[in-house]
Design a protein. Structure first.
Length: 293
């Protein structure tokens, strides 16, 4: 299948178009920003005509709330009301959902390709890293079960400090960023953890960052290299420094309700997903709790 040719034959033309239409595009994106509106459109994909009553049953929305969502979708020409109270998706709406689905699918395929490249670099196959996605607890939280392989890492460690995370991060960043290592997050993954933890008696504590490297990576003599055995982990994501502790608590609670058990046999970890994002309000962490079946 040949991909359709883009009407924008240069990035400059694309940039100009987006600049001119940014308000309209933003409004269209916001229209789909509500999950219920996306659910309504999904029910109509392919041209199916549905009644107001059917939509109420499917979405579990009150009459006034559903009417408001239908009005928003209709104003953006994503659906249209037909005779006898039937609603149907428009060609624009159908085409838009298909493009969104394809974009999402392509992004997931690229993630899989990057994972396969990483595994190839360390001489492992795709089955070496096992991921299981679980829906757990009354709140239906998503929990990933991940088998980390053996890792070779460079350690950046600061002890007896009031802000060891920042000091250790500065050490890591000053070494890695000039080398372009932050531009390869799939190869050079960054994990961190308290070492040691703060206590009431000793408020000063430590923090250690690990950055993964390949076996053939040449390390400066002054840097400390460690080998980590890997292990089985339960993983949850959080965004922003204020959500780290609540997410750890939620993660432990979800594991307690599962078939898995928390263990102390391997290190608790905080995976820094995007090393370029150092904004304390928006940076993303994957929290890794060590478990066993």
């Amino acid at each position: 299948m040949v991909a359709p040719q883009s009407p924008f034959d240069s990035k400059e033309k694309l940039r100009e178009f987006l600049s001119q239409a940014q308000v309209e595009i933003s409004n269209l994106i916001n229209t789909l920003g509500h999950p219920k509106r996306l659910e309504i459109l999904t029910k109509m994909v392919g041209g199916a005509s549905v009644t107001f009553r059917e939509l109420m049953a499917w979405t579990e929305l009150q009459k006034s709330a559903l009417a408001n969502h239908l009005s928003v979708l209709s104003d953006k020409s994503l659906i249209e009301k037909q005779e006898k109270g039937l609603y149907q998706i428009t060609m624009l709406g159908d085409d838009l959902l298909e493009k969104i689905a394809l974009t999402y699918l392509e992004s997931k395929l690229r993630e899989q390709q990057r994972l396969e490249q990483l595994l190839k670099l360390i001489g492992k196959t795709g089955s070496y890293v096992n991921q299981e996605v679980m829906t757990m607890g009354k709140e239906k939280e998503i929990l990933k079960i991940v088998k980390l392989p053996e890792l070779r890492v460079i350690s950046f460690h600061v002890k007896d400090s009031e802000s060891p995370e920042q000091e250790a991060w500065n050490m890591l960043e000053n070494w890695a960023k000039p080398k372009g290592i932050f531009n390869q997050p799939d190869i050079h993954q960054i994990y961190g953890f308290n070492n040691p933890d703060p206590t009431k008696e000793q408020p000063l504590y430590g923090y250690e960052f690990w950055i993964t490297i390949n076996d053939d990576f040449e390390v400066d003599d002054e840097l400390q290299v460690k080998n980590f055995d890997g292990g089985l982990y339960a993983v949850m994501s959080c965004s922003g420094v204020e959500n780290i502790t609540p997410t750890w608590i939620k993660l432990v609670d979800r594991v307690s309700d599962s078939k898995y058990k928390l263990v102390k046999s391997h290190q608790w970890l905080e995976h820094h997903v995007d090393p370029h994002n150092t904004d304390l309000k928006t940076f993303v962490l994957d929290l890794y709790a060590p478990i066993t079946e």
